[in-house]
Write a protein that binds this ligand. Structure first.
Ligand SMILES: *Cc1c(COP(=O)(O)O)cnc(C)c1O
Length: 227
């Protein structure tokens, strides 16, 4: 299947799933995950209308900057080391992987230094495995309250990766939990925290994620084929 065929199919499924959740396809942003994808195929996807791309590694992202058109939004979706924030702060439109206080501080510091604001999502870890990135749901209230002190960071919502399982009930449950926490974000009443973006759903589970309230899906394999 061509990239065009894949995108057509994804847009069709997004439309159906959005309607199931009382929304339309315009309410869902497709972030094409371009990690390991070569230049020609990335530019082909952009030609076909993709205007949000996601990368998980800072170096790879930097290498691609020279040919990615300026009007395409770049998302950092992978774990971010604090010492690398300075390389991307002026190039990314959204960081999906804010998962610890040290990163919150560094984002704020670098944003200030560059006289800008940086948009971020708090990544949630839905597993007990602390090696996986993300804030545990139990620690989320405390973390959200700290954002107030770092005014150059704008928290726009939440992001997660669902359990890696074939059990769709487990996956749906993950997304339901996320939606609950997402809706609670407004209750904190913090200036620089809003509930605009719920980033969840990948190639294997984006349909379920949208049904459960995702506003942004991150899809790689289904667009570009196996990595
Ligand atoms: C790679 C990746 C994706 C895309 O995964 P696919 O299964 O290829 O769609 C989404 N989110 C994150 C955080 C990723 O690292």
């Amino acid at each position: 299947m061509s990239i065009k065929d894949n995108l057509d199919e994804i847009h069709r499924i997004i439309d159906v799933a959005a309607k199931k959740s009382g929304r339309t396809k315009e309410d869902i942003t497709l972030c094409a995950v371009t990690k390991t994808v070569d230049k020609d195929r990335i530019l082909e996807a952009i030609e076909l209308g993709i205007n949000n791309i996601g990368e998980n590694k800072v170096q790879e992202l930097r290498d691609k900057l020279e040919y990615i058109p300026k009007d395409v939004n770049i998302h950092l979706i992978g774990q971010l080391q604090t010492n690398k924030v300075k390389y991307i702060i002026n190039h990314v439109s959204l960081i999906h992987s804010l998962d610890r206080l040290s990163l919150l501080k560094e984002l704020d510091k670098e944003a200030k230094k560059n006289d800008r604001l940086v948009n971020a999502l708090i990544q949630i870890n839905l597993t007990d495995d602390s090696n996986r990135g993300g804030v545990q749901i139990g620690d989320l209230p405390e973390f959200v309250k700290m954002v107030k002190n770092y005014k150059n960071v704008r928290v726009k919502g939440l992001m997660c990766v669902a359990h890696n399982t074939d059990d769709v009930n487990v996956i749906r449950d993950d997304f339901k939990k996320m939606k609950l926490e997402f809706d609670r974000l407004m209750l904190y009443n913090i200036d620089n925290v809003s509930a605009d973006i719920l980033s969840m759903g990948m190639s294997s589970d984006y349909e379920i994620a949208i049904e459960e309230g995702a506003t942004m899906v991150r899809i790689g394999t289904k667009i570009f084929g196996k990595r």
